[in-house]
Design a binder for this molecule. Structure first.
Ligand SMILES: [Zn+2]
Length: 215
């Protein structure tokens, strides 16, 4: 069993890489933001509460996020584990997730925030197959994999982005440092070209699985 989470600042490439990692290692791909978005779209009671937070760039309360995650990883039939994108993002969530066993944390490390800003404002995502691509590559917004209409993420705008970067530094970095103390962090230099970042992840993850005798 391989139980992973992936963390990184907004625009660090989590969506792109998690999609590929999940396929390669046969992991259930759990995207916290998608579940949130779905609830908001459906205007459920939880969705309305969550909208009040996400629309101003704030994080959804931990107990709600953890409930969502629990339901997602309950059934792993046919999978060799899971990869959660993106949680826990603060210490409160980390504590609320105390009954989750997490084997490893992939950290997509980017220190150049201008690079992140450019990436995020150009980003499109397929709501159907999870493919992440860009407006410059597909200006007609048709998914190259499945033909669905590509979408911007509900929180991809500059103001929200700046808030999310600040929150990442303040709230998520302590989580990463905490996992580092436990020897669980797989640190990735995510400022390189996409393909190089991906092969770096695979190399380090293969090694991590071997060293920790996962699977
Ligand atoms: Zn698609």
């Amino acid at each position: 069993m391989i139980r992973l989470v992936i963390l990184g600042a907004p625009g660090s490439g989590k969506g792109t890489h998690t999609y590929k990692i999940a396929k390669k290692y046969n992991l259930k791909h759990v995207v916290v933001g998608d579940v949130v978005k779905q609830e908001i779209r459906n205007k459920t009671a939880l969705g309305k509460i969550m909208y009040d937070y996400t629309s101003v760039g704030k994080f959804v309360p931990s107990n709600i996020v953890v409930d969502v995650l629990k339901a997602q990883v309950k059934d792993l039939k046919g999978f060799d584990g899971f990869i959660i994108d993106t949680a826990p993002i603060n210490m409160e969530q980390k504590e609320a997730m105390s009954d989750f066993i997490i084997d490893g944390v992939i950290w997509l490390k980017v220190e150049n925030f201008n690079l992140l800003r450019e990436r995020i404002l150009n980003r499109l995502i397929c709501p159907n197959c999870r493919r992440v691509t860009t407006k410059s590559k597909y200006p007609n917004k048709v998914c190259p994999c499945c033909g669905s209409t590509l979408e911007e993420r509900y929180d991809d705008n500059i103001e929200t982005f700046n808030k999310r970067i600040a929150q990442f530094e303040e709230k998520t970095m302590p989580v990463i440092r905490d996992y580092q103390k436990q020897g669980k962090v797989i640190e990735i230099d995510a400022e390189m070209a996409k393909q190089d970042v991906y092969s770096q992840i695979c190399d380090k993850l293969d090694n991590f699985i071997k060293v920790n005798s996962l699977k």
